[in-house]
Design a protein around this ligand. Structure first.
Ligand code: ATP
Length: 335
């Protein structure tokens, strides 16, 4: 069976890493029909929109997308593409698995955690006002509905993937009502759906300190939108950087798979970006599509490649000399 998947190349390093990921996925044994769609700065030139209507419609129709990073031009009144996509498709759960990879030396070993980020509200409400000159407010929105559904998603994930513990990062000592409500919801859902799973809470500043001290003590981290954004990058740094951490945005109907990293304009168009984060996101997509064997094969292929330590096949961020295309070629050769 062939899967129809929307492919959004995006901006910066996006076209290079999506092309690499597409080629690897095609060599995985699963079959795809790709629907290529515009979004981001590149789309503005043609459609005068960062997120053309047909891009949204096609993702809604086919329900699955593999997406490169996009840039939203600043100062021209455009709303962030990522925020729009997540809100309009109701992709409320951002899931970012962070694990130590074979052959990649970092300060830590045996890191294996998953960041669960609420993806639709918090300080991403876009509600900012200049009340009087020199005074601006930014509204943090927390609702019971969104807090409960991300908690449900996190506990369901624990059960499905045999994860043992959820730690909620928060700042309810300061934001007593907003983060307080988030905590109230996570506690209630924990008691209701998964009392057998260990649950604890950490004030986020302490959580950051504990993460860099010993990330191996964590399993699933659950938090609101902005904290999840920051903690995802922090966690990427624990295991080798932004080139090696994948992500998925799940809603009840659609799923969009994308790396944690941005469009990295500093290295765009040079064939040096590491496509692994998007390839790993592709593996999450294969699992979502029920292509368990193809997912296993791709993972085995890149784990083997990393483990070989052959610098001529690894990208620059991993200490190697291979380009984006050559790295993908090396994975395909192993498949
Ligand atoms: P955004 O705000 O869009 O999330 P950002 O400001 O976090 O973007 P990135 O684009 O993610 O920034 O890049 C941060 C740094 O990490 C840059 O120096 C970039 O070159 C590097 N980087 C990001 N992705 C990759 C990658 N896939 N391979 C190699 N280096 C990368």
């Amino acid at each position: 069976m062939s899967h129809t998947v929307c492919l959004v190349p995006g901006d910066g390093i996006g076209p290079e890493v999506t092309e690499a990921a597409r080629r690897v996925l095609e060599a995985s044994g699963a079959a795809f029909q790709w629907v290529e769609l515009p979004a981001g700065a590149g789309a503005v030139e043609i459609y005068d929109k960062v997120l053309p209507t047909h891009t949204l419609d096609e993702i809604e129709k086919h329900k699955v997308a593999l997406k490169g990073p996009v840039t939203t031009p600043i100062g021209r009144g455009f709303k962030s593409v990522n925020v729009q996509l997540r809100k309009k498709l109701n992709l409320y759960a951002a899931v970012r698995p962070v694990r130590s990879l074979p052959g990649i030396k970092t300060r830590y070993e045996n890191v294996d955690l998953v960041v669960f980020r609420e993806n639709t509200e918090g300080l991403y409400s876009g509600l900012e006002n200049e009340i009087v000159e020199g005074v601006v407010t930014s509204l943090k929105v927390v609702t019971k509905v969104a807090s409960e559904r991300i908690a449900r998603a996190a506990f369901a994930y624990c059960k499905e993937r045999n994860r043992k513990k959820v730690t909620v990062f928060h700042k309810a000592n300061i934001m007593k009502k907003s983060d307080g409500l988030f905590l109230e919801c996570t506690r209630r859902i924990h008691a209701e759906v998964a009392p057998e799973i260990e649950y604890d809470e950490l004030i986020i500043d302490n959580g950051c300190m504990q993460l860099v001290r010993d990330p191996t003590r964590f399993d699933v981290l659950l938090m609101e939108n902005l904290y999840g954004d920051v903690i995802s990058d922090l966690c990427a740094g624990l295991v080798g950087g932004l080139g090696v951490v994948p992500g998925a945005n799940y809603g009840d109907d659609c799923a969009v798979f994308e790396a944690v990293h941005g469009s990295a304009p500093d290295i765009a168009g040079k064939n040096v970006a590491n496509p692994l984060a998007l390839i790993m996101s592709g593996v999450m997509m294969l699992r979502h599509l029920g292509e368990i064997e193809a997912a296993r094969r791709v993972r085995q292929a890149y784990d083997g490649l990393l483990d070989s330590g052959n610098l001529s096949e690894l990208t620059r961020d991993l200490g190697g000399t291979a380009g984006t295309r050559q790295f993908a070629d090396a994975i395909i050769a192993r498949l």
